[in-house]
Design a protein around this ligand. Structure first.
Ligand code: SAH
Ligand code: SF4
Length: 447
């Protein structure tokens, strides 16, 4: 989401005639786009700001430093209390005001705008995508969140939920397709509640998939509480909608989920996973897990481990609970799990996930996937890397393939996080879906 927001700010700055500097150290203006989700995310930002203060003291005395995003919204004017740290503070809904705020700073004043909006979606601002790979892009479809999970600061820093108009989303996808992009990820904190005057997320996905049949469509994040079967059928039926769902569980215990204000039980979550696997054969799943939430007992932690073992996630983002001010958990519950217990539980969760992931990756050997090439492999310039429809990273010999092309790849080996394969020739979503796709969806071939 921040990556996508930075592209909006890039667009606003480019419109004002600014250009990207060779490095942040040489820039006249530095923006630090920030995250407040956990304390360690904020700590990194403080370190970064202090680093820029030292750069300023050394050789860039006039450098302007701005804090953008969630931390700006959370900490507000207090950023200005620290000497020579920050000149402007801009919340997630105030990016259009940046030119005015910069003018204030030029006048020698500090500038702050942290007003949250009920309408702002930046729908008319075309993001400037200079830092991406030119093949995959994020498209923001909604902002804010109304869910109020008890641990989460997002509703306070990003404000009320609002959906961007479907027409502006489809236009952006069309333009990306014309500019050679091959994949978009539709972004929102809770995409299932997308609602543009009655248009649902399922409808948006369907129409997005029609824009360009050779454009892959992904989405993130969906909430387990309102995932309709209709959407699952659309994902299954449209070849260019990827068979990969990020569906955060947070915990495997119903009581903990209740305290988290996640309105589903362990059983409801597991039956949703069953429906996903049934309606979309071969679907890949990923999750977010918080460990050590207020009052979590050892038995409740075990429930999370067992849930992860039942689902067998292809990928998981796992976090130790970090208490955030203003949230319901901060007001109502005690952050009573000692740090070392959180750490131990987190490492148990990570270990289990790594084992499951390794087993799932072993099962991939021998399968043929359609891989969208994203660019050169980080480790080896003679190889390319790209993703399968199921979002797994694959590396293979470069031959004469190019980023942005679809290549049929047979998986021959794997490491902890990556699959290795042998390229079998160029293909397309449509060609692949009529041949191999059917096999891929059949029972996995075990070797
Ligand atoms: N809207 C998304 C999540 C956005 S935040 C969703 O509901 O799925 C990304 C992840 O950060 C969350 O899913 C949660 O696992 C984690 N997270 C949020 N608040 C946290 C906190 N206070 N401590 C630790 N992890 C947290
Ligand atoms: Fe936070 Fe819950 Fe909203 Fe996700 S759905 S952003 S976890 S409040």
């Amino acid at each position: 989401m921040n990556f996508s927001d930075s592209e909006i700010v890039n667009s606003i700055m480019t419109d004002q005639g600014h250009k990207a500097a060779a490095s942040p150290e040489q820039a006249d203006i530095v923006f630090v786009n920030t995250c407040s989700i956990r304390d360690n995310a904020e700590r990194k930002v403080w370190d970064r700001l202090k680093y820029f203060r030292s750069v300023r003291n050394k050789n860039q005395q006039d450098q302007i430093v701005g804090v953008l995003g969630c931390m700006a919204e959370r900490i507000r004017e207090k950023f200005l209390d620290e000497e020579k740290l920050v000149d402007l503070v801009v919340g997630p809904d105030a990016y259009r005001d940046i030119p005015n705020l910069l003018a204030q700073v030029d006048d020698g004043r500090k500038a702050v705008n942290v007003i949250l909006s009920l309408e702002e979606t930046y729908a008319d601002i075309a993001p400037v995508r200079t830092t991406g790979n030119g093949v995959t892009a994020f498209v923001s479809i909604m902002r804010g969140c109304d869910n109020m999970c008890s641990f989460c600061v997002v509703p306070f820093t990003r404000g009320r939920e609002r959906s961007r108009s479907i027409d502006s989303i489809l236009d952006e996808i069309r333009q990306l397709s014309e500019n050679g992009y091959r994949e978009v990820t539709l972004l929102g904190q809770n995409v299932n509640s997308y609602n543009d005057n009655g248009t649902t997320f399922a409808e948006l996905m369907y129409r997005a998939s029609l824009v360009d049949p050779e454009m892959r469509i992904r989405f993130s994040t969906s909430h387990p509480k309102d995932f309709p079967d209709e959407l699952l059928s659309i994902i299954n039926e449209r070849p260019n909608i990827c068979n990969y769902i990020h569906i955060p569980a947070q915990s495997g215990n119903s009581e903990v989920l209740k305290r988290m204000r996640r309105p589903y039980t362990r059983e409801a979550y597991l039956s949703l996973i069953d429906r996903m696997k049934e309606i979309i054969p071969g679907v890949a799943l990923s999750t977010d897990i918080i460990t050590g939430f207020c009052g979590e007992t050892e038995a409740q932690h075990e429930d999370t481990l067992s849930l992860m073992d039942i689902v067998r996630y292809d990928l998981a983002y796992m976090f130790a609970y970090s208490e955030r001010e203003r949230t319901l958990a901060h007001r109502k519950f005690e952050d009573d799990i000692p740090e070392e217990v959180k750490k131990r539980r987190l490492s148990e969760i990570i270990e289990l996930q790594m084992r499951n992931q390794a087993a799932l990756n072993r099962e991939e050997i021998g399968r043929t996937h359609l891989v969208l090439v994203e660019g050169e492999s980080k480790r080896n310039a003679a190889q390319l890397s790209g993703r399968t429809d199921t979002n797994k990273m694959v590396v293979f010999d470069r031959m004469d393939y190019q980023p942005g092309e679809y290549v049929k790849v047979r998986i021959t080996d794997r490491t902890a996080a990556t699959l290795k394969g042998k390229p079998l020739g160029r293909s397309s979503i449509q060609a692949f879906s009529q041949s191999e796709y059917a096999d891929l969806k059949a029972e996995p071939v075990r070797v």
